[in-house]
Design a protein around this ligand. Sequence first.
Ligand code: ATP
Length: 311
Amino acid sequence: MRRVVASAPAKVNLHFGVGPLLADGYHSVSSLYQALDLREEVGIQTSTSTDWSIGVTGSITPEQLALVPTDESNLVVKAALLAARLAEFEVLKPLEFDIVKRIPVAGGMAGGSADAAAALLAAATKFKLGLTIEELERVAVELGADVPFALHGGTALGTGRGENLRRISLGRNLHFVMISTDAGLKTPSVYARLDRQRENAGVDPRAVGEPGEPSALIAALESGDLDAIAALIHNDLEPAALELMPELELTTAAAVRFGAIRAFVSGSGPTIAAMARDSSQAAELAARLRDANFVATPVMTTGRGTELLGE
Ligand code: ATP
């Protein structure tokens, strides 16, 4: 009956380069991931009934909470089944999951991946697998390309599908205001739109070159040069997300008008990340955005990855 709880961070991509469409439908990417201090929590315990269950609470809007699946398609179930397979269990008693959600759903901040990472660590602990976070990172890619990073945390360059991680040092903390919407964007449809845009421009999405390493951004992150970081942030998925949700242009324009030094689409969107100079400017920016009826959450970079909270 032991209940184990773990937490995992949201991410923003400070660089997202999308390479060729691969035969299996994925793309190779070059992703500069940054973990944020907005965290999900997942608790797991053996169920007292014969049914599996998933309870979801949290600070996101009721409309957003309703988007979280409570059946076996939820990534926490997939993560627990992966841990049970690694434990070579022949029989798995039904589990009870409780998720505390703070990351917007389908928002481009990898909330589902954070839940998967937290559930994987919690289940691995509950099943006494004795695996380190690094060892879990190696198996986690089967749950999703962003799950290894959610375990890892901090700042990292992800290549391949995003799962081959190299730690990057960050010379100073960065502050953002994340502006979310109730309507999500499905990541596959954003990639599909990018492929269509490439075709329309006469480029075969399968023949695009491999995405390069964002060396200038990495150097700016290491030295903590805020203006250079702001200028070098780049997201290949942004034009596709903006075409699918043109109103996001108004959001980025409002963020800049209210003082953001840069505003950009987070991952596959539709969350907009507005960069601020420091925590007080982030708080002021969030207040002004809220006054204009945006859902705005100030966040800061963190070095923390997935962690055990208690057992
Ligand atoms: P990414 O940035 O990794 O592309 P995202 O942040 O855009 O992802 P998520 O919130 O991770 O999107 O989830 C996308 C979809 O995954 C949801 O629409 C939902 O159907 C499904 N899903 C499965 N498990 C979860 C979960 N625990 N939390 C949220 N969504 C989940």
